[in-house]
Design a protein. Sequence first.
Length: 65
Amino acid sequence: MKNIQILILFIIGSVLTALGVIFKSMEYSIASFFLIVGMTFNGVALIAMVFKLLKKKDSDTFLDS
């Protein structure tokens, strides 16, 4: 997985989580769905980033690739 794909997963997850928080404050019933999906995206992106960092031999150039 490339760095840009991981970043896109984080962005999508953050947007969905933010929508879930907004909808939760307005007491909409769909808020829980947005929160669950958004946090799942963030979790998958975090796991992908950790695996990429562990697999890479030179961690100083992680953001360069």
